[in-house]
Design a binder for this molecule. Structure first.
Ligand code: 4NP
Length: 167
């Protein structure tokens, strides 16, 4: 497991700002963003949560209709989310950048500037027993694939929240 608690979440420290990153920012990371927003709200917190893609193919697009349907199935609307590409500023603006799969993590490490302050990790590394695993990629799948992705991101973000609020 990765230690993400640091001093940031101890009382009085700066609040975490968390960026979720996948390839296109239309399937996995918008669902992770939603799941983490729900965690933050459930805990009565006001942290900055966002998502982005390593690629630029879908910049400005809303999430994939199947991801939007999966969010709606759980009573939430992510239609207003818009895809964007990771920028060099993100490595300073966010305290934590969370990759959805290992390839995303490798891409992030390769583009991180020398003075990056964000802590990089893989989402499922925060889940005991699932270290090294990527969140299920539903891009070539159906509604059931998106349901599996939702399970992965809710498991991952709940574990991430536990790690971050640990004192
Ligand atoms: P995401 O899924 O990275 O979870 O948003 C994908 C979105 C687009 C593509 C691949 C995966 N694409 O090849 O365009």
């Amino acid at each position: 497991m990765v230690d993400v608690a640091e001093s940031a979440t101890r009382s009085g420290g700066p609040q975490p700002a968390i960026l979720f990153v996948c390839l296109g920012n239309i399937c996995r990371s918008p669902l992770a963003e939603l799941a983490m927003r729900l965690e933050v709200a459930r805990h009565g917190l006001e942290w900055t949560i966002d998502s982005a893609g390593t690629g630029d193919w879908h910049v400005g697009h809303p999430p994939d209709p199947r991801a939007r349907a999966e969010a709606r199935r759980h009573g939430h609307d992510i239609d207003s989310y818009r895809a964007r590409q990771v920028s060099v500023d993100d490595f300073a603006r966010f305290s934590h950048i969370i990759a959805l799969d290992r390839s995303n993590l490798a891409d992030l490490r390769a583009q991180a500037p020398a003075d990056a302050t964000a802590q990089l990790s893989l989402l499922l590394d925060h889940v005991p027993g699932r270290e090294g695993e990527g969140v299920f990629d539903p891009y070539h799948g159906d509604a059931a694939a998106f349901a599996e992705t939702w399970m992965d991101v809710t498991t991952g973000t709940a574990a991430l929240m536990r790690a971050l609020i640990r004192t």
